[in-house]
Design a protein around this ligand. Structure first.
Ligand code: ZN
Length: 340
């Protein structure tokens, strides 16, 4: 057989994932691994890569030091993306829902016998992207677990899952790492200290997200979008014009991502006002323009945060909302927050 296949390396563990790895790895090696795991935590902590590394371990024919060896037949099949006992279930496009047909295919996979005689792994992300039909189809598989199948469900927003799904999984929580560990990791990945600190704060403590935000593409777009929101708040740009400009965000970003930035800024504004902190100067200026004083003035801001949340849900629900109208409505509401 030719050895020239495309190679996807088995992901390395992030330093902050050691406790979770030790627990699950030990369970696996002792033959006590639950048949369904739900990996939770905010985006940007490396949960997907962790689930990949765990899959590789569970399939590896000769694990070394509690990790997949990377060189046995199973590891080579995994790296080639062609291991018959590994199934990856994800939306066809980023931000699209997981469809019930995809979950049905999963049923075919789990009812087959193992291709290589060992465990079979289902990697599924983001779990909250399943609509109700898809979730119910998955539930059937979780209720009657096929022997030797392990489900790895990954979710940034587990509250969006059916409680019956959550209750059938062993939950593995991924908290944000300590700041020092995160900064060290960012430093090791080429970020200067100040840049790393800023990106880490923006990411809410998630190093992988911080590394993405620090890339010139994403951070430039972020900055431009914040400038636009400031102009709208100041009355220097009309909400409708701004919506037209951002309906189709530049490359490397999505409308959902822009709304996520927007939510983060609101969270920061609320933190600055309620804790009397100082923050990003542009956000401080926006705060000063907000009518009212003290915590009372934050109420409309929280209301707007909920609108953003709904809008993001709409974008991922598969309902395919009119993006222009959605953004116009948000921009108009945003402008009203600052109208005296
Ligand atoms: Zn191996």
């Amino acid at each position: 057989m030719s050895e020239t296949f495309e190679h996807t390396p088995i992901p390395a563990l992030m330093p902050w994932q050691a406790p979770q790895w030790q627990r699950l790895g030990a369970q696996w090696l002792a033959g006590r691994c639950p048949h369904a795991l739900l990996l939770t935590g905010q985006a940007g902590l490396g949960k997907r890569a962790f689930a990949e590394a765990f899959s590789a371990l569970a399939l590896c024919g000769q694990p070394r030091d509690g990790q997949a060896c990377g060189s046995c037949k199973d590891c080579r099949l995994w790296q080639a993306g062609s291991h018959p006992d590994f199934l990856r279930v994800e939306p066809e496009k980023v931000g699209s829902p997981l469809k019930v047909e995809q979950i049905r295919q999963l049923g075919d996979f789990v009812s087959r016998t193992s291709g290589r005689g060992g465990a079979r792994l289902v990697w599924l992300a983001p779990a909250e992207a399943m609509n109700i039909n898809a979730a119910n189809a998955l539930l059937k598989n979780l209720e009657e677990p096929a022997a030797s199948v392990i489900f790895l469900l990954i979710s940034d927003a587990p509250a969006g899952l059916l409680p019956t799904i959550r209750s059938r999984c062993q939950s593995v929580a991924f908290p944000s790492p300590a700041e020092g560990m995160a900064l060290q990791w960012l430093h090791d990945h080429g970020l200067e200290e100040q840049q790393a600190r800023r990106a880490l704060a923006l990411s809410g403590g998630a190093p992988l997200l911080a590394a993405r935000l620090a890339k010139p593409d994403a951070s430039e777009v972020r900055e431009q979008f914040l400038n636009e929101l400031t102009r709208v708040a100041e009355g220097g740009a009309s909400a409708v014009t701004a919506a037209g400009r951002w309906e189709m965000p530049p490359e490397h970003t999505s409308l959902g991502q822009l709304l996520h930035f927007w939510q983060q800024w609101i969270t920061q504004m609320a933190q600055v006002r309620s804790c009397d902190l100082s923050g990003d100067s542009q956000l401080m200026l926006l705060l000063q323009r907000l009518p009212g004083v003290g915590e009372e003035s934050l109420r409309p801001l929280f209301g707007f945060y909920d609108h953003l949340l709904q809008a993001r849900k709409g974008l991922t629900s598969g309902a395919n909302p009119n993006r222009r109208l959605l953004l116009e409505e948000l921009m108009i509401r945003w402008a009203r927050l600052f109208a005296v």
